[in-house]
Design a protein around this ligand. Structure first.
Ligand code: PRX
Length: 635
């Protein structure tokens, strides 16, 4: 069906118009023709953004793993589903065929059942980028358990928070992980986390680094012996389209991370359809997304989207700099990668190394390049286009979010003319709107506003786990009858969108979303700290970096500041993870506040960004005098 694979720009407009004029009919056609359902839906869509409640394909029955695995077995049994590239380039890559993946998933599904996991139970997965991670995700989906993958760079305390928030009954982890030349003691982190998680009955441990770890009797089990004993088939649990598929935590501007909950039917349809079109996927392609499965990009575009299309998806365990900065290009050449999807921060880090690492490699198999996670600056875009794509591979700058489940604004390769730093046009079925500060929609082009979406799409998150009110407050309260993204955007003279960045207290550092409040909470735990405020400032590789303004308690003012900085960053590492460490810490006598006592972050942001000429009026502050002293001592 032509609607399923868009190949021309005129066709994009034609299909787009159809998708917004009659969304239900449109998605029904896509769902019906391209997926395997145990039972068809009774209603395509019901929605109410005021409650908010969104349901797609209500009454339909399916199992997403039958779409990702079983249905490929007759025609693609021996085709590589997952191509695993280990951290160490001397270790051979592993080609896992659809048949083998199906077997591995079924075996683990049997193990999960045997350990008492039932449909609807939550299973926390804390694993490095090894095949067991994808297998665990799919095994949960196979039995109807809700997976909650936690990125294996989070600390014990961040892990414990996420385990407890969703009451996970089980954790799947490994003895450790490789990261370039380093190893990380993952099991040790899990042990520490579980001291605070009383609901976890069992821990399955994959062997990866052969380290000497402690196994707690009755709770911890090595995975491999259990798999060896397990039966290699498992009849997939029949799920309702609206049953939860997974929870994935994302940072909010305040408090606890938000457990975004995605459901089975709509998520499958949308991630598969976007994958096919955004990457112009063809049967013999070798697709590689460098994200970690611990983030939404990995869920949707390493696991579910590619496998639902019967694709070969590369899983890379390592980092771009190990053994040297040519590793990405070495992998592209070795596996003849056709689509390459990465983050601007990686592009900037690699561009900094010059082109010598690139030139050694044959990148001629590449057809489509992708970027995601933060705005891509013009320089990085051109470097990517010239040196990696050799000006012949279109760059798809894909804008989306954990909450949206799939890509929302993006060029369609070989169809939409690209424009550096622009995510360009809404994907099929997506109806964006720019809103002004009075809550009115801004019409026309060459305008800027807050980015909202007017109409539901199949993979929108349905709630925040255990806190529907917060879901409503965060996404559906800023503007009437709209999903608010938290991003600002502009629309140019032809209607192309450019994302300008977050408009809330979320800062994207190296493509990772970080809420300032939880970091401030960690800093404030230090016994010497009276108060703190954290803001972002531009960084040439990370996009943004973190600047902390900290006032000390009177009794601690004489303490060695370098030691304090180290202790504070250690505390952040313990509470959240190394990704949230502060790049700059300035100790200040006070923080600028409004008369009602609110910290004026806008001023601190300007000082951190070295834009002190744009501070605006500070005379209405409660304590205007602190501003000058902060400027004088800025780092
Ligand atoms: O600010 C936007 C930015 O990343 C945020 C979503 O982060 P997360 O939920 O972690 O998901 C990242 C991967 C989908 C957005 O609100 N963002 C994502 N993609 C882009 C982007 N900003 C600009 N351009 C993009 N292509």
């Amino acid at each position: 069906m032509s609607n399923y694979h868009i190949k021309q720009f005129e066709e994009y407009y034609h299909v787009y118009r159809k998708s917004v004029r009659a969304p239900e009919q449109f998605w029904e056609e896509i769902a019906e023709e391209h997926f395997y359902w145990r039972k068809k839906w009774e209603k395509v869509l019901s929605w109410d953004f005021t409650k908010p409640e969104i349901k797609w394909f209500e009454g339909a029955k399916l199992n997403i793993t039958e779409n990702c695995l079983d249905r490929h077995l007759h025609s693609r049994a021996n085709k590589t589903a997952i191509l695993f590239e280990p951290n160490n380039p001397d270790e051979p890559a592993e080609h896992i065929s659809y048949k083998q993946l199906h077997e591995r998933v079924c075996k683990l599904a049997n193990v999960l059942k045997e350990k008492g996991i039932e449909k609807g139970d939550r299973v926390c997965i804390y694993l490095p980028m090894i095949p067991e991670l994808a297998v665990s995700v799919l095994a949960c989906a196979r039995i109807g358990a809700i997976h909650s993958v936690v990125f294996a760079g989070f600390s014990a305390s961040a892990l414990a928070t996420r385990i407890n928030d969703c009451d996970a009954k089980m954790v799947i982890t490994s003895d450790g992980s490789y990261r370039g030349a380093k190893t990380i003691d993952l099991k040790g982190i899990v042990d520490e986390a579980l001291d605070d998680c009383k609901g976890v009955a069992s821990v399955l441990v994959a062997k990866r680094i052969n380290s000497d770890i402690t196994m707690k009797e009755g709770r911890d089990f090595w995975l491999q012996p259990l798999l060896d004993e397990a039966y290699n088939d498992y009849t997939a649990e029949v799920m309702d389209a609206e049953d939860p598929l997974f929870i994935l935590y994302t940072s909010g501007s305040t408090g606890m991370p938000k457990g975004m909950m995605h459901t089975c039917g709509g998520y499958m349809v949308y991630t598969a359809y976007t994958f096919k079109n955004v990457f112009d996927y063809r049967e013999d392609d070798v697709y590689w997304c460098t994200a970690d499965i611990g983030w939404i990009t990995g869920h949707s575009y390493i696991v579910y989207g590619p496998l639902a299309n019967g694709a070969t998806t590369v899983m890379f365990e390592g980092v771009p700099s190990y053994p040297d900065f040519s590793r990405f290009w070495d992998i592209v050449e070795k596996h003849k990668v056709t689509q390459f999807y990465t983050a601007p921060t990686a592009i900037r880090a690699l561009a900094k190394q010059g082109t010598a690492f690139v030139e050694k490699h044959d990148l001629s198999t590449l057809k489509v390049l992708g970027t995601v996670g933060e705005p891509i600056n013009e320089e990085a875009w051109h470097w990517y286009n010239e040196n990696i794509g050799k000006k012949k591979s279109p760059i798809v700058d894909t804008w989306w979010q954990t909450e949206t489940g799939g890509i929302m604004i993006t060029p369609i390769p070989f169809s939409t003319p690209t424009k550096p730093t622009y995510a360009t046009l809404p994907f099929i079925g997506i109806q964006p709107a720019l809103m002004d500060e009075h809550g009115d929609e801004i019409q026309g082009n060459q305008v800027e506003g807050r980015l909202c979406i007017k109409y539901p799409w199949p993979s929108i998150a349905r709630t925040i786990w255990g806190n529907h009110q917060r879901y409503k407050d965060t996404y559906f309260s800023a503007f009437d009858n709209m999903y608010f993204t938290g991003d600002g955007a502009l629309r140019d003279e032809v209607g192309y969108y450019r994302i300008t960045g977050r408009v809330d207290d979320v800062i994207i550092v190296s493509g990772h979303n970080l809420g300032t409040a939880p970091i401030e909470d960690a800093v404030n735990e230090h016994q010497a700290v009276a108060e703190s405020a954290i803001v972002g400032f531009p960084h040439d590789v990370k996009g943004n970096a973190l600047y902390g303004y900290i006032t000390l308690k009177g009794s601690s003012e004489g303490r060695n500041q370098d030691n304090l900085r180290k202790e504070i960053n250690q505390l952040i590492t313990d509470r959240i993870g190394p990704i949230a460490k502060l790049d700059k810490i300035q100790f200040t006598a006070g923080l600028p506040k409004t008369r009602s006592g609110k910290i004026m972050r806008r001023i601190l942001r300007k000082i951190a960004s070295n834009e002190t000429d744009q501070l605006g009026d500070t005379s209405t502050l409660l304590n205007p005098e602190v501003v000058q002293s902060i400027i004088d001592n800025a780092l």
